[in-house]
Design a protein around this ligand. Structure first.
Ligand SMILES: [Fe+2]
Length: 303
């Protein structure tokens, strides 16, 4: 057993390597103090696919143009950064710029469009969570100074909001930590988002012995309103398989996005069973994290 930033990791193998060496350089890159946050939401649901299929869907941004076209004006997808290192088999990362348009639509999107769609996508977000920028009914959009960008405006807004809701100083926090989607995978299935905002954690697990279904969990780690205060952790709430994530109000903007992500999962599962060739074809760069995960998995299965 080992603990890491408030999380408990258990390995039943008495001869397992230490969790410290297993993580490799992960701690040099995952820098956010989860131990100072508390579990403010924990949702679980059974999905109709293998756990690896579900996880694959959340570790690349190749799918954004097809699955989440509404995000293209403010989410840079085709130029996402994937960090996959051969000597670090147990973790990988991606960074997606937010507050800037996708290269697929950049020619037809203005800075004002970026700002407006970014805010609109969060219009129904729970302001009480303090997780994100919210435009209240009747709020004017902030003005973009001449020569400035939507991203600069959004970063300043986020900096001010986080300072106001957590009583901490974010004046030196880089824009990327305030705005971007920075997602890590610690093999096999600990999937924390980075950043100065409250963090999201995914966990995908087998559903008993059924290879055709899995459990998916979404956890929000939030900063206490006062430093040092630590509210009790939220208990896991299992939602029925036929319920949409969009109908879980606390998920806010993420609910319908998760539903989009989950829509094709049963078809991917069926497709894998219908394949004649021994492996799947992955995009060279955009799906490099999936390849990295499967290589590590193969190495473990060979042991
Ligand atoms: Fe997605």
């Amino acid at each position: 057993m080992a603990t890491w930033r408030g999380f408990v990791f258990i390995n039943m193998d008495p001869y397992a390597e230490s969790f410290d060496s297993y993580r490799g350089t992960f701690d040099d890159y995952y820098i956010w103090p989860l131990e100072n946050r508390y579990k403010s939401l924990h949702i679980g649901k059974v999905l109709p696919c293998n756990w690896k299929i579900a996880q694959d869907a959340f570790i690349e941004s190749f799918h954004v143009i097809a699955t989440h076209p509404q995000m293209l004006p403010w989410l840079a997808d085709a130029n996402s950064q994937y960090d996959v290192m051969a000597d670090q088999p147990h973790w990988n990362r991606m960074i997606n710029i937010q507050g800037a348009p996708s290269p697929h639509v950049a020619d037809s999107v203005t800075e004002e469009d970026v700002l407006e769609t970014f805010y609109d996508s969060r219009a129904f977000y729970s302001a009480a969570q303090g997780r994100d920028l919210v435009r209240q009914e009747g709020d004017e959009l902030p003005a973009i100074p001449p020569g400035g960008t939507a991203r600069q405006v959004l970063a300043e807004r986020m900096r001010a909001q986080l300072a106001a809701t957590s009583q901490q100083d974010f004046s030196q926090t880089p824009d990327t930590e305030l705005l971007d989607a920075i997602n890590y995978l610690l093999f096999p299935n600990f999937n924390p988002w980075g950043g100065a905002k409250s963090n999201i954690i995914y966990r995908f697990r087998p559903n008993g012995l059924d290879p055709d279904s899995c459990t998916a969990e979404i956890i929000f780690m939030s900063s206490p309103k006062q430093p040092g205060e630590m509210p009790p952790p939220a208990k896991i709430r299992w939602v029925p398989e036929d319920m949409l994530f969009a109908d879980v109000p606390e998920l806010g903007v993420l609910g319908p996005v998760f539903d989009q992500d989950c829509e094709n999962l049963p078809y991917v599962q069926q497709g894998l069973k219908a394949m004649r060739k021994p492996g799947i074809t992955l995009a060279n760069y955009q799906e490099s994290r999936i390849r990295h995960f499967n290589r590590t998995l193969d190495q473990w299965m060979d042991k």
